[in-house]
Design a protein around this ligand. Structure first.
Ligand code: MLT
Length: 269
């Protein structure tokens, strides 16, 4: 993907390293990408919010420019702990706004559960709280095996890209295919298995006690708006914003509308 999202630096986490874009000064906004992408999906938010905030947008372990992840297995909890360690290294203690897209949201629930004092505002976009039903989990395990056997590009070439809405420009679709193709098969497979095993966090929603913004694209077929509306009913005081015409990558497909919703949320808290 064209990296207008600003350069990254590398942070060592034990034996692993994470590539991360850190831009701007002020209260921290942590942007966590979805599967199987990287921090560049946030390029419009990095550019906009770094004028008034410290925007931290990592490539999760194994994704984007982060090094290969040599762990035998990973979990949403592992990714969340990586983020916590990353934050400790990058910024003085102080609560941040956690903003996660799809798998970034699945990780967000674990980040909140395990590192609650680090968060004072929550933004969940194009995501869900439930886990996979058995059929979906089985599909992910099958896909992980196929990807390890045949490679990411072979599998991707037979699949329609469901990530974006019907009016997304062809160059964006090409960029996304490039990012996915460049992700190591081991990373894609490990994340698929991790998502298949992730816990159901639906009951956790009722325990949330922080300002929360939920955003979804009206054409999101992966984590559909109805599910996010339902999540909103379970999170006390949350705000739900639906962005017309966007698919699963709302912040990238409709940056102005997404930024406006986020800006309004950040200002009114
Ligand atoms: C994502 O965008 O992170 C994935 O589509 C999430 C998923 O496969 O459940």
């Amino acid at each position: 993907m064209a990296d207008s999202a600003a350069p990254t630096q590398t942070i060592q986490l034990g034996k692993r390293k994470l590539a991360v874009s850190v831009q701007g000064r002020g209260p921290t906004l942590l942007l966590v990408h979805g599967f199987p992408l990287d921090h560049t999906i946030w390029r419009h938010q990095i550019q906009h919010f770094s004028k008034s905030m410290q925007v931290i947008a990592p490539d999760l372990s194994g994704f984007g420019k982060s090094g290969v992840d040599s762990r035998a297995t990973v979990s949403m909890e592992d990714y969340a702990d990586d983020l916590s360690e990353l934050i400790d290294q990058l910024t003085p203690p102080g609560p941040l706004t956690f903003c996660g897209l799809s798998m970034g949201g699945y990780i967000g629930w674990q980040f909140l559960k395990r590192h609650r004092p680090k968060v004072d505002r929550l933004v969940m976009t194009n995501t869900r709280s439930g886990n996979d039903d058995e059929r979906t989990a089985r599909g992910r395990r099958l896909a992980a095996g196929q990807i390890l056997k045949h490679g990411v590009s072979e599998i991707l070439s037979h699949m329609p890209l469901k990530l974006v809405g019907s009016s997304a420009p062809p160059e964006l679709v090409r960029e996304l295919r490039d990012v996915i193709t460049n992700t190591p098969a081991e990373t894609v497979a490990a994340a698929q298995l991790a998502m298949a095993e992730r816990p159901d966090m639906s009951d956790f929603l009722e325990t949330l006690d922080l300002p929360t913004l939920l955003v979804c694209g009206s054409q999101d077929t992966i984590t559909p708006p109805e599910e996010m509306v339902e999540m909103g009913h379970r999170i006390e005081g949350s705000t739900y914003v639906e962005i017309a015409g966007a698919g699963h990558l709302t912040p990238l497909e409709s940056p102005s509308a997404f930024n406006q919703a986020l800006e309004q949320f950040l200002q009114i808290q």
